[in-house]
Design a protein around this ligand. Structure first.
Ligand code: FE2
Length: 400
């Protein structure tokens, strides 16, 4: 396959890309088509490595309206509604919903998805999604997190379910320290997830400090344990919305630790601008972590949907440009360079969070995965809500 006249990641000059089999064979201007080769003229549009969804819950997605309406708009009412609904989930219903969600993502050029999977009610959900992982591998690469929605220390049997889920094939260890009964349980749970990561070699992604309580400081525990174990690059703190409310003196001290630890951060702008600040009158706090400051300090931050049409968030359709637009506005990141480079948050940064390695990216020798957007550069793509013209995965055209 030959892609002609294509701009790679905002490049001023267009070039050509030849794909042979599943690999980017060569990237250079004026490549000549070979006999029988499929040629796509990209007309100067931009190519990016595929979008990465760093944080979603495939088990809750598309459960509206059956799950009921979250009247207060709080995380806690969402968890209550979900806790009731999850008792009646069947394999078939879950499989169909997850498949529909994955197809929405694929239509928007997402080829990598990290999904948290609630293991509180048992392991059927994890089993079903592990089966699906293999079935959808030609569309997306799925990473599954063993997620203890009701806590690790506060929920009977959670530790054994976590460990069984990892043995079944879950890729990532989850946690939720701010939802544990006590601060002590929260800290102990962070120690446990890092010890489990050391024991099993799995990655870690914790729902961390997703609350407007400025006293919720479990990210310091997670970062400290990860740093002590030398595991920072394999560990992610999702949400960290309490950081929005920390005083800046504490944040200044905290940032040193976070930088030393090398952990990753995932922010979920659509969901947290909706769920957070619900106990405030006015002024109301924004519900996002300090994305701009973390990035400026050289730390890795990626964005996710978190939820899609479920008790936590009623909208969402798998388009990472929507996630970016919300995040960039809320975090006041609308400078020219910030807009042009924003794609990195949902591509390269997401790839680092998911630990995808050197094979991710449009370079000769890498696996041929890319998307082509209907715009010449990323600022235009954001402004015009540009669609995905082509999506190529492992050398095959899966959209276009
Ligand atoms: Fe989440």
């Amino acid at each position: 396959m030959l892609l002609k006249n294509i701009r790679i990641e905002n490049a001023a000059q267009a070039t050509d890309i030849r794909i042979t089999g599943q690999t980017f064979a060569s990237i250079a201007p004026n490549l000549m088509a070979q006999p029988g080769e499929q040629v796509l003229d990209c007309e100067g549009k931009m190519a990016l490595p595929p979008f990465v969804e760093s944080h979603i819950h495939l088990d809750t997605c598309l459960t509206l309206p059956q799950v009921g309406v979250n009247k207060s708009g709080t995380l806690f009412e969402g968890i209550q509604l979900w806790s009731k609904y999850r008792q009646g989930i069947t394999r078939e219903e879950l499989r169909n919903r997850a498949l529909r969600t994955i197809r929405l993502y694929a239509a928007h050029g997402v080829q990598y998805i990290r999904s948290h999977v609630d293991i509180t009610g048992g392991l059927t959900t994890m089993e079903t999604l592990l089966e699906l992982k293999d079935e959808v591998k030609d569309l997306v690469e799925l990473q599954l997190v063993a997620f203890p929605q009701d806590g690790i220390l506060s929920s009977p049997g959670a530790k054994s379910r976590m460990e069984a889920a990892l043995e079944m094939g879950a890729d990532v260890i989850g946690g939720i320290p701010h939802f544990e009964f006590t601060r002590e349980y929260g800290v102990e749970s962070m120690k446990y997830v890092i010890e489990l990561a050391e024991r099993t070699g799995k990655l870690v992604d914790v729902h961390c400090d997703e609350i407007d309580d400025e006293q919720s400081r479990f990210v310091e525990s997670l970062a400290t344990f990860a740093y002590a174990a030398g595991l920072g690059g394999r560990v992610t703190a999702s949400h960290t919305t309490a950081m929005h409310s920390y005083n800046s003196a504490y944040c200044s001290k905290l940032f040193r630790l976070l930088g030393l630890s090398g952990i990753h951060f995932v922010s979920n702008p659509l969901v947290n601008i909706h769920l957070q600040g619900r106990f405030d009158t006015y002024p109301k706090r924004r519900g996002l972590t300090r994305v701009k400051e973390l990035l400026e300090a050289g730390m890795n931050v990626s964005f996710g949907h978190d939820d899609m049409s479920d008790p936590y968030y009623p909208l969402g359709n798998g388009n990472m440009l929507d996630v970016l637009l919300m995040g960039l506005h809320v975090c006041q990141m609308l400078g020219y360079d910030e807009l042009m480079n924003a794609y990195r948050i949902v591509t390269h940064n997401g790839a680092k969070t998911l630990h995808l390695g050197e094979d991710y990216g449009i370079c000769a020798g890498n696996t041929a995965n890319l998307v082509v957007l209907n715009a010449p550069d990323f600022l235009t793509a954001l402004r015009e809500h540009a669609g995905v013209v082509y999506s190529v995965r492992q050398g095959k055209l899966i959209k276009g």
